[in-house]
Design a protein around this ligand. Sequence first.
Ligand code: ADP
Length: 374
Amino acid sequence: VIEHDVSRFVDMADRLVVLADGRIAYNGPPREILADHGLAMRDQIGLRIPQATEFALEARRKGYRLETLPLTIDDIQVESFRFQQLPTPPAERMAFPSTEREVIIEVKDLSFAYPGGPEVLKNITMDVCRGEILAIIGRNGSGKTTLTSLFIGLNKPASGSVMVCGMDVSQASIRELSEEVSYVFQYPEHQFITDSVLEEMLFGLKRQSLSPEEANRRAMEMLEMFQLHQVKDRHPFALSRGQKRRLSVASMLVLRPEVFILDEPTTGQDQRNVNQVMEFLQKLNQQGLTIILVTHDMELVAQYAHRVLVLDEGQVVFEGTPWQLFGEELIDRQHYGLIIPDIIELYRRVRNRYPNVAPVTSPRELAGLLIEEK
Ligand code: ADP
């Protein structure tokens, strides 16, 4: 199995061979490698390791002794850890203030079918608010891509309406919509159309009435932010996977859209690449960028989304916060293939014992709440 997400198969594999920079960095039984090098694999090589393991290794740094290294949360005895607590039980984390909701995309009674095919979107009503990070999730074929393709005018509604930044998508041109909404495809290669990284950045800018100097300045500034300035003359296809992903995101962000749609940011990307892109997007979100994530990655949803929409067979079957999705029995998660991230389950177990522990969405955050052992 060739993978960059170690957590997917670690309890099945007999042996793990970790490559870095063309060399074999580690080779041996998974548990041993993770025990000795787990955090280096995360920090230096950029791989995703099991969340339970990550928490345990961070705990070891804080002085906790590990008899055997946990690979799953069932290997963790919550009572052997001590956590800092708040004076009173905290509210669930609600990152997005729901008071002032300014709707930026409004979908009403939307239905859609591809020519000659069955309905793939059925009577959908939903909205996207300015400044939020909305995750749209659901099984393959549930209609996520089709729904978001309507936001950029690639498809037109059969019935119902879609308003994007005040424009009716049935009437607006792709060009008008693309000034407000940027779409980054799952496979970055599918969107590259020029012969160099810099050209790729400038392509969309040419349609905006900027002086060549200003366009160049903006493009270079963005390339630097995404650590691509050193490869600015390279052909986009000659970049590494992570660089391609960053370029696909940067070339859209440089256009300063209001809404940014990212289709499956984790596909083919190791943890470091995902984190780099997501942390940058989170910063822009704090400055007002509205973000729609189309994803099946529940760890990403838990960590970054303010709100989640679950689609199934072309219908909205759930809408709420990640905490409601993972924490409350509002939806048959198993039926829709929604797996609770280990860290959220672990946090719930911690919270059962220590009710005043602040909500967290990553192993690092949870370990940050540990009281050091001497
Ligand atoms: P998701 O993004 O959730 O995987 P899609 O929106 O891609 O779902 O697909 C929804 C349904 O529409 C599926 O049944 C799929 O087969 C169908 N579909 C998607 N794209 C097309 C197309 N271009 N032509 C015909 N049917 C399509």
